[in-house]
Ligand binder design. Sequence first.
Ligand code: ATP
Ligand code: CA
Ligand code: CA
Length: 401
Amino acid sequence: GKKLGQTILKGHKNYDLMLNLQLGIRHSVGKPGSMRELRAGDFDPREKFWTRFPPEGSKITPPHHSIEFRWKDYCPMVFRHLRKLFIVDLADYMLAICGNDALRELSSPGKSGSAFYLTQDDQFIIKTVKKSEVKVLIRMLRNYYRHVCRYKNSLVTKFYGVHCVKPIGGPKVRFIVMGNLFCSEYHIHRRFDLKGSSHGRTTDKVDEEIDEMTTLKDLDLNYVFRLHKSWYLELLEQIKRDCEFLEAEGIMDYSLLLGLHFHYDVSASWTGLSPCSASPKYQRAWSDLRFSKSTRQDRDLTVDGRKPLIRLGLNMPARAEHTARSESDALLASGTQSDKIHDVILYFGIIDILQDYDVTKKLEHAYKSLKVDSNSISAVDPKLYSRRFQDFIRRIFMEDE
Ligand code: ATP
Ligand code: CA
Ligand code: CA
């Protein structure tokens, strides 16, 4: 399939940064040291460690070809536990991030100026973040840890590590390693970044430019999703818990990132989608699954070991019902039922959860609410944000009858 992003080769402006990051991660993750129970002190914001990486190497670091840099690990023991909890194999993790030509840079998907790197195996995303975002994460780490331990189906971003690189004479670059929500066997045909607010929430691309790589937004969404009752109830419950957690942490501006895989050929002109090839075997497995879900209590499902794990937000079967977005869509959507409903596989999770309602966001709110309905703008206080987000989820997901 088509791979997202540009491989970072020698000569790339961030080539050295990538090398430093790889050396750092190899150092941190590969460090011998036995796993032990977590202690309160492991969550302490002062629990961070600098390591010097001189080019000639040192007792604990290998020689390398870039200029000297320093490397910082934040709360390493906690992230060690988180990786274990999220069932990340250490060797896989290291290989994914530190292998040759391992990282691809995504062309700045967000507005914040953060850079995004994807590992070759698509499992992990590395995002550069602001100092304030690291602060927020470290501040919430204890509660985050408790939350994800308690709720195995939590939809909040899976964090695997927080680090900082400081080349001599250069600026600090802080970054987080997280799970890629769209790491899947099935091709993602459409992706949406949804906040539940409307102001400015549309892609800046014209219809002809929109493709599978485009991140669409709230106003572009032209589907509602029908879920089997048990999935539906579980989704609402988990969204509520996750939103309550984020609200309590004073977080806002997060999104539901949603990816759709269309189950069969929906190359009809109005969707602009290319045909996808679902094998008959896969189609059969899928219908078994829809059926089996109604009788089985298991939260995690696979069909006869032939299919990948299915759980909330991962490989989740659903039906997408086409709804009118604009007038032209309304005309096309007025076709027969079968034109309107598609079997899909959903991927979703809550991303960008490190923004608190700080001075900038308060000002943004005050400024924008002079011009538009204050309920339509994304910058609102965490309580309102959470309520609006949950209302939105209830509007776009429904129970399949
Ligand atoms: P802004 O603050 O302007 O919204 P940002 O730089 O903080 O942007 P994010 O909102 O975190 O960036 O992410 C931007 C885009 O990157 C998302 O819309 C999504 O397409 C992609 N993305 C981010 N996190 C993930 C993830 N965990 N899995 C898959 N894709 C992701
Ligand atoms: Ca965002
Ligand atoms: Ca952000």
